[in-house]
Design a protein around this ligand. Structure first.
Ligand code: GLC
Length: 427
């Protein structure tokens, strides 16, 4: 059985983080892959660089919102696939300091989030559609793929790009204080593992930031019996919550984090109003926790630097629930019992938490509870919850499985915030 290092356990205890997709693509506001989709050249993309001026960028607001929502860490796109750097890298001119923004936006982010007690993470794209040494003509994702004008660039010097990337990663991990998460994105085809110089990257990262958590997108197999040194600390599914969590080849659970958008896009898309509700978000979060994973929930600030008001509202509502029920989230994980029809169950050392999403009767049956229960209370206000049996309940056990019944107070406040019942465990 693999040993999960303490730093990874701490990360897993946090359970809920904020993903932030923000960059030049927030101006066309269609998709952060817009250059790929529309085969936009560097020159055609240049106006966004020339006009990038996020006058309302105040990362303290973002950080306060994340904190209010109950998020414990954040991950910002310091450089996405378009190659534009929000940070002041000495290795490129293609950075925020040279736009009308005129400053290092990553520094302000790191300072602001740290000041609110939120752990600081950096997303860094391994792909780079701006750098002249990144494969273009024969790459499957590059905006200039198959473009005859780029055919003579086949002799690009990938070594040089690799060095550029390593230098930038070193800058990110040296110039901004303690960095908690490094989120590399992504490997494909032959562009994986040692092609990126992944072992060296990870070695450098661990030297510079001994407690850092690294995702699994440098390549390698995080589920292997003996994962490569660059395979990462956790699995990173996307837009889905793996049923039963993520397991290694031997069937042992491994740490994971799923990233999910609040509407249907990562970056700001003005017309996309398909936002999830706060309730959806809470359901997703509890689905993650009950399967032993983290939720990295995305926001896409606009070109002016503001998180869309819809997102703000949702996160504030989620925050109200988290304020009352966060105990069922942080440091909690799976319970060894079948998933009940009425909701989700999480636990820590001391208690089991019943998140009641939907119930058909006043009594919630719990089969196969792995612990002896002392008593129960509503998590939101600590008021006692009766665990009485309906008088003839014993005639209706499930396949001989022991059943305990919890009587939901007033059918619980199912669509409000008082919908978690805490079962105190007998020790
Ligand atoms: C996908 C998207 C990319 C985004 C990432 C986040 O790979 O293509 O734009 O940054 O998901 O996980």
């Amino acid at each position: 059985m693999r040993i999960i290092p303490d730093r990874v356990k701490r990360f897993a205890n946090d359970r809920f983080g904020m993903f932030i997709h923000w960059g030049l693509y927030s101006i066309p506001a269609e998709n952060e892959w817009i250059r790929n989709h529309k085969r936009i050249s560097n020159e055609e993309y240049q106006p966004y660089f020339d006009t990038f001026d996020p006058v309302n960028y105040d990362p303290r607001k973002w950080a306060r919102l994340a904190k209010k929502a109950g998020m414990k860490y954040a991950v910002l796109t310091t450089k996405h696939h378009d190659g534009f750097c929000l940070f002041d890298s000495q290795y490129t001119d293609y950075k925020a300091t040279n736009t009308p923004a005129g400053r290092d936006l990553v520094r302000e982010y790191a300072d602001a989030f740290r000041a609110e007690g939120i752990k600081v993470g950096f997303y860094y794209s391994l792909l780079d559609w701006h750098h002249p040494d990144y494969p273009a003509y024969n790459d499957m994702h590059h905006p200039m793929r198959g473009n005859e004008a780029y055919k003579d660039q086949l002799g690009q010097n990938f070594e040089r790009y690799r060095e550029y990337m390593h230098n930038q990663i070193r800058e990110l991990l040296t110039n901004y204080g303690k960095i908690d998460v490094m989120w590399f994105d992504f490997s494909y085809g032959e562009m994986t593992g040692e092609k990126w110089g992944a072992s060296e990257i990870v070695k450098m990262a661990r030297e510079l930031q001994p407690d850092i958590i690294i995702d699994n997108r440098l390549g390698g197999n995080v589920k292997a019996e003996e994962p490569e040194d660059f395979a990462g600390d956790y699995a990173s599914p996307e837009q889905m919550i793996p049923v039963g969590g993520v397991k290694d080849v031997n069937g042992n659970p491994i740490p994971w984090e799923t990233c999910i958008t609040l509407n249907d896009h990562w970056c700001y898309v003005q017309r996309d109003k398909n936002f999830k509700s706060a309730k959806n978000v809470i359901n997703m979060l509890m689905e993650c926790v009950s399967n032993g994973g983290n939720l990295l929930l995305n926001v896409g600030p606009n070109a002016k630097g503001e998180i869309p008001e819809e997102s703000v509202k949702i996160l504030e509502e989620v925050g109200e629930w988290m304020h009352l029920n966060g105990e069922a989230v942080y440091g909690c994980g799976t319970v060894d019992m079948e998933r009940p029809s009425w909701g989700r169950v999480t636990r820590n050392e001391d208690a089991i938490y019943l998140y009641v999403q939907d119930t058909c009767s006043e009594y919630i049956p719990i089969y196969d509870c792995p612990e002896k229960i002392k008593c129960a209370a509503l998590l939101a206000d600590g008021s006692e919850v009766k665990m009485q049996l309906p008088w003839n309940a014993e005639s209706y056990e499930l396949d001989g499985k022991k059943v305990i019944f919890v009587r939901t107070p007033m059918f619980a406040d199912l669509n409000g915030n008082k919908n978690v019942i805490k079962l105190f465990i007998e020790k």
